[in-house]
Design a protein around this ligand. Structure first.
Ligand code: OOG
Ligand code: MG
Length: 259
């Protein structure tokens, strides 16, 4: 049990999650062993990402989770979460990703936005939509560091919202992505849905993101990729191609390989 009233206790939890990631060994839910409030969980997340940037990784974006009812139902939670993406997580569109780097990866179909400028979290009139210059289809690879992919809301926040990988397809100039059909195929499995599953319209995810980043003091910088959240439930990623198609925006793919 870590004393999370101290920075040392927060750091210990971050190290536990980081070790799980780097050794590809699941760790039990933190909350199974001790209470963890959401504020502390975001501090753990920050420390966890700090371990990655300390090894030379760069934060290149942010992601929302649980923006769809399907995901909330799959995971048994009911509020959005925000996590950080680093350059080491990025997979080239059409590229491969080594499955040895993950514990139990799953693919999700997503819509990505790109920030053309810094977002001012302290300006009450900030208009996040005006900061976005492009939209693209994307695949997120989630890989919970917890045993059997089982966690509480605070657990998953601490674990950087299961962020593990992402690929972004061709960018289009910013436009509405409301009510577009979405398909995710991984090997012979397929999930279909629409972008309406993302808080009614993925643009709502941008508003939710600004709100969360203000509350959690998570910077939003020029050039960042923003993943708006999965439009369908996730599919396990094995040695197969994962392809996500978003109507009108095009497609993006990656392939899980064992090297
Ligand atoms: C948490 C991450 C959820 C999404 O798009 O809803 C997420 C998880 O399910 O492990 O990324
Ligand atoms: Mg996601």
């Amino acid at each position: 049990m870590s004393d999370t009233t101290t920075d040392a206790g927060v750091d210990a939890l971050a190290r536990r999650l980081d070790d799980a990631q780097t050794s590809r060994t699941e760790t039990p839910s933190i909350e199974a062993g001790q209470p963890l409030d959401v504020d502390t969980a975001y501090r753990v997340q920050k420390a966890l990402v700090g371990l990655r940037t300390g090894r030379g990784e760069r934060v290149v974006g942010v992601k929302l989770g649980f923006t769809s009812k399907a995901k909330m139902a799959q995971m048994g939670v009911s509020d959005v979460i925000v996590g950080r993406l680093t350059d080491a997580m990025q997979v080239r569109d059409g590229g491969t990703t080594d499955l040895a780097g993950y514990i139990h990866p799953k693919a999700e179909p997503e819509v990505a936005y790109r920030l053309a400028r810094d977002v001012d979290l302290d300006d009450p009139d900030e208009d996040i939509l005006s900061a976005v210059d492009a939209v693209a289809p994307a695949i997120e690879i989630i890989d919970s560091r917890y045993l059997d992919f089982k966690f509480t809301y605070a657990d998953v926040v601490a674990d950087n919202t299961s962020a593990a990988g992402f690929a972004v397809g061709p960018w289009s100039p910013m436009r509405s992505a409301a009510d577009l059909d979405v398909r995710l195929a991984v090997g012979d499995e397929e999930n279909a849905g629409t972008t309406a599953a993302i808080l009614g319209d993925p643009e709502q995810a941008l508003h939710a993101l600004l709100d969360m980043c203000r509350r959690r003091r998570i910077p939003l910088k020029a050039g960042y990729v923003v993943l708006a959240g999965a439009a369908t439930a996730a599919l396990p990623l094995g040695e197969a191609e994962a392809r996500c198609t978003v109507e009108g925006l095009g497609e993006v793919s990656l392939k899980g390989v064992r090297k």
